[in-house]
Design a protein. Structure first.
Length: 347
């Protein structure tokens, strides 16, 4: 029996949708990651019960951290982007977490930059607060070990391809790291929106909305580029086609990054006849009813979509591109600058 709902929410469902196509479905991802991270900080004495944990989030990490703080008797302060909606705002308030929401801003780079600046202001006023740094501190990997163990037990980890959207990089990076540790033949496929610098596509814009939670306009230390075999860049339009098809064909009501992952996973499954492909569905579809599902009649059929294979990022084009990454290091625009001036991947 679970001792707190954060444990229940942290445990995903594994659903075999079709032959060699498995969905790793979370009600809301990152609960397992935030719980393990806070537990580790308490165990190592980095924080004490009652301390305030601080971070910036566009949504599901805020909820996960608030749950972990509720579980361990900590205070929680979030600097949220405009994508924190009414439902989440209300839940956070009742859970006792405080939220500062930034003014609406259509420029993702500016929005992220302003949130980081605000964090620094808060830390200057409250040096006793602990900044969680979900995008940089690999304490966020640990919780996914239990998920990897379950995948290994139920799906097998030999001839397995893991597909997922890359935001902080913790979920996909951790699953690949822990699945590979046991020696299985595991491939990792990252999914990105256009315009994200993480795998060097800052130069291609998607005229429609960005996919919440994945991609970035600034470098993140938690992305382990050397773990990824392949990268797909998927537009809003193609991701919506995936989300609608996932609900229509398999009755899975999930978010936009899940739709993009599903599209990429179907393609990877079809091109590798001996591999099982697992994709991550990080959240449910509720947040996306108006922006994604309301337009279901206009959604393109997934059979009409195929990726453009590119050998070089200069060839990237909407609505969907695929490139072999071959476990290469971070491209220049995604390297995290260190205070001393040298560049490093982990902050
Ligand atoms: C909806 C959604 N999908 C995918 C991700 C990516 O997860 P990660 O940060 O572990 O890369 C996020 C992260 O915020 C998210 O909100």
């Amino acid at each position: 029996m679970d001792q707190h709902i954060a444990e229940s929410i942290g445990r995903p469902d594994l659903i075999r949708l079709e032959d060699r196509l498995v969905c790793l479905r979370f009600e809301t991802m990152k609960a397992v990651s935030a719980l393990a991270a806070v537990r580790h900080l308490l165990d190592t004495g980095a924080v004490r019960p009652g301390d305030t944990l601080l971070d910036s989030s566009s949504g599901i990490y805020a909820y996960a951290l608030a749950l972990a703080c509720h579980r361990y008797g900590m205070r929680c302060h979030i600097v949220g982007s405009t994508t924190v909606d009414h439902t989440l705002r209300t839940q956070l308030a009742v859970l006792g977490a405080t939220l500062e929401q930034m003014e609406p801003c259509s420029d993702l780079r500016l929005d992220q930059k302003r949130r980081v600046e605000r964090i620094h202001e808060i830390l200057a006023e409250h040096p006793e607060y602990h900044w969680m740094r979900q995008y940089h501190d690999d304490v966020h990997y640990a919780g996914y070990r239990a998920v990897a163990d379950r995948i290994r037990a139920e799906t097998g980890a030999d001839g397995l391809t893991v597909v997922g959207g890359v935001g902080s990089g913790a979920s996909t990076g951790a699953l690949a790291r822990y699945l590979r540790e046991a020696g299985g033949d595991v491939e990792l496929v990252g999914v990105q929106p256009y315009g994200s610098v993480t795998f060097g596509a800052g130069h291609v814009a998607d005229p429609e909305i960005i996919i919440a939670g994945i991609g970035s306009s600034i470098p993140f230390g938690n992305v382990a580029h050397e773990q990824y075999d392949t990268v797909h860049w998927i537009s809003f339009e193609a991701a919506r086609a995936g989300s609608v098809d996932l609900l229509r064909r398999h009755a899975v009501f999930a978010g936009l990054s899940a739709g993009a992952g599903y599209l990429a996973a179907r393609h990877e499954r079809d091109r590798a006849p001996r591999r099982t492909v697992l994709f991550v569905a990080a959240d449910t579809g509720h947040r996306y009813v108006d922006t994604v599902y309301a337009g279901h009649r206009e959604a393109l059929p997934v059979s009409a979509l195929a990726p453009r294979e590119v050998a070089d990022r200069g060839e990237l084009a909407l609505p969907w591109s695929r490139m072999a990454w071959n476990r290469a290091p971070a491209p220049g625009e995604a390297r995290v600058p260190r205070p001393g001036g040298r560049l490093t991947r982990t902050a």
